[in-house]
Design a protein around this ligand. Structure first.
Ligand SMILES: [Zn+2]
Length: 331
């Protein structure tokens, strides 16, 4: 299998629309960016899998939002996996790449190895955060962890919080390149029923049952939605992941009768936006005690970026440590 010849389609999100119905979607492929994201950490395979899938989900969802700054996905659990956090930074200008970064928080001793990867998260919640930058109020939507997969969590979020029928089919895997290096690939398809087709969305949810697609769509759109989903059910992992099947060919294979139309693709890079100023700012909300834990014997406050591992050192005064200590001493 050759990876080099297909480089134009790797680390790309391809938006598409199905003209026969009011369904839009994205095909995302991540490979080099995933290698870079995971190379920042030394995670066990279970965690790498979750981070890879979450990064793919973030790319699919992030590209649907007109972003001036970033969209974040977070999964908070009470199991051995406490947190999976990913950020997608929209392109700074048309034609520029978007950027993705990710990290995980977990208890290594409690991690299971029985293959139930999603079960390691336990109970908790799935959150989508949209931050449009300085001077704006961040948006946050939360839904309980449900459905036994990251895809199901995101589908539930869109059904309940946005009233938009949404479907994700994701796959990922790691191959060994000639020479022995490991190489990640992930690929997925997102389908969404366009809101304009369901202006008469029936009373969603109600009682205690989760929102189902037929709560959100009338008969004809629901038929379209079901037909397209059945087509997507036929997709195979290797078609999703590539690189032998190009995203455009995948759309034709799956949806040729639905008249797929593609738009300009969005390239994605690994990228971290951390800086001394941002880290200093985040430290400024810590208590004197917490800052004390981050202070070396030499009296230097240290902090590492959880996303990229960058190491920062500060004079305690510059992060407000001395001032807080003085206040404590005055009690
Ligand atoms: Zn960083």
């Amino acid at each position: 299998m050759s990876f080099g010849s297909q480089i134009a389609w790797d680390d790309t999100i391809l938006p598409f629309q199905l003209d026969r119905s009011d369904i839009r979607g994205r095909v995302a492929r991540l490979d080099g960016v995933l290698d870079r994201v995971l190379a920042q950490h030394d995670y066990p395979p279970v965690i790498e899998s979750l981070v890879a899938e979450m990064a793919l989900l973030t790319a699919l969802i992030g590209q649907t939002v007109k972003l001036r700054w970033k969209l974040s996905l977070q999964l908070h659990g009470n199991g051995p996996v406490r947190l999976i956090a990913t950020d997608y930074f929209g392109p700074s200008a048309e034609g520029e790449p978007a950027q993705i970064r990710a990290y995980a928080g977990y208890d290594a001793e409690r991690l299971g190895t029985d293959g139930d990867i999603f079960g390691q998260i336990g109970k908790g919640h799935f959150a989508i955060l949209i931050d449009q930058g300085m001077g704006t109020t961040p948006y946050q939507g939360i839904t309980p962890i449900a459905g036994g997969s990251l895809s199901a969590c995101a589908e539930t979020y869109f059904a309940q919080s946005e009233q938009i029928p949404t479907r994700f089919t994701l796959s990922h895997g790691r191959s060994t390149l000639p020479g022995g290096a490991k190489h990640w690939r992930a690929g997925g398809v997102m389908l969404q029923h366009m809101p304009k087709a369901s202006p008469f969305a029936k009373e969603a949810g109600g009682e205690s049952r989760p929102v189902a697609v037929h709560d959100l769509l009338d008969d004809e759109p629901e038929e379209n939605w079901n037909r397209v989903n059945i087509l997507l059910d036929t997709v195979e992992d290797l078609e999703l992941i590539g690189p032998t099947v190009q995203p455009t060919d995948l759309l034709v294979r799956l949806f040729h009768e639905e008249v797929p139309r593609v738009f300009d693709g969005q390239t994605v890079n690994f990228g971290c936006t951390c800086s001394a100023d941002r880290v200093r700012q985040s430290l400024s909300i810590y208590s004197a005690k917490d800052i004390g834990h981050l202070t070396t014997d030499e009296g230097i406050v240290t902090a590492d970026c959880q996303f990229c591992g960058a190491h920062y050192e500060f004079d305690p005064k510059s992060v407000g440590f001395e001032a807080e200590k003085a206040v404590d001493g005055g009690d």
